[in-house]
Design a protein around this ligand. Structure first.
Ligand SMILES: [Cu+2]
Length: 289
């Protein structure tokens, strides 16, 4: 079948020239609206703000990615809809062909490359912040196991261990670099604190080391983020971030209590050895072995 010749008039828009600027203005306003609104209050897009500087920068990176995706996705959607609606039902004629528009083709090749490089560069900067491991002012050894957590503090006698519903606590000072030495006793677990925007594997036979500087004192919920067996869903813990002076006093008190308890246990053991009749009777009556 031979196609009917296409006249330029049949392809021209049916609107008057006076309507074009109005439409262009409306389109520009629609595109600018998200940007203007974004400058008032940038939404969180479902992410936590981050309780440390790297955590907060991770949050800002997430916002940047989300805004870029909305603008690019929105622009693409608008152009598709505009082409669908504007040029629908124009007859069977082949419209004017506009291939080999060199400036346009260079533009839509270079702009996406620049966007990808921009997002990549921002990601590298933030990742370098996240993995930075400066000399710490405090250290916590964290051991994950099925299904709980143990927290010990090098140089201190205090430690805490808890499993499933016990939700053990890890203590650390605020505004100081705190080194975490993370490992697992059995399978792969995940040390995840949502409000830090941070997660790392706890792996058997491998030590994972990272450093936090949490700027806001408070209690933060943590949980295992790696399916690790039957009670994985109960593998919670808490991170208690204290003002530094308060933390030092607190851990000294805990050390003193631990030392007093250890001294009492040692004394009881000696008493048992020296006077077994006295020591074993109350121990058995209490069910303590
Ligand atoms: Cu788990």
């Amino acid at each position: 079948m031979e196609l009917a010749p296409v006249s330029p008039e049949s392809l021209a828009p049916s609107e008057t020239p006076a309507r074009r600027p109005r439409r262009t203005k409306a389109l520009l306003a629609a595109l600018a609206a998200p940007l203007l609104l974004a400058s008032c209050q940038v939404p969180s897009f479902g992410a936590f703000h981050g309780a440390s500087k790297p955590g907060n920068d991770t949050f800002k990176l997430w916002q940047g990615f989300s805004i870029a995706a909305i603008i690019i996705g929105g622009l693409t959607m608008v152009l598709i809809l505009w082409a669908m609606l504007r040029y629908r039902k124009r007859g069977d004629g082949i419209p004017k062909q506009t291939q080999y528009n060199i400036p346009l083709e260079i533009g839509y090749t270079i702009v996406p490359i620049l966007i990808v490089f921009g997002l990549f560069a921002a990601t590298v900067v933030v990742e370098n912040e996240v993995v930075a491991n400066p000399t710490p002012q405090a250290t916590v050894n964290v051991t994950a196991f099925q299904w709980g957590w143990k927290f010990t503090y090098p140089g201190h006698t205090y430690s805490e261990v808890g499993q499933t519903t016990q939700s053990p606590k890890m203590y650390m000072p605020a505004n100081e670099d705190v080194r975490i030495n993370l490992q697992s006793l059995d399978v792969v677990h995940g040390f995840y604190v949502p409000e830090f925007n941070f997660s790392r594997y706890a792996q058997p036979g491998m030590l994972n080391t990272f450093t936090f500087k949490i700027t806001k004192p408070g209690t933060y919920q943590g949980q295992c983020a790696q399916l690790c067996g039957l009670y994985h869903s109960l593998m919670y813990f808490q991170v208690v971030v204290m003002p530094p002076a308060q933390y030092r006093v607190w851990i000294a008190e805990q050390d003193a209590k631990t030392s007093a308890a250890a001294a009492a246990a040692a004394k009881e053991a000696i008493d048992r050895q020296t006077n077994p009749g006295v020591a074993t009777i109350p121990a058995q009556s209490n069910g303590v072995k």
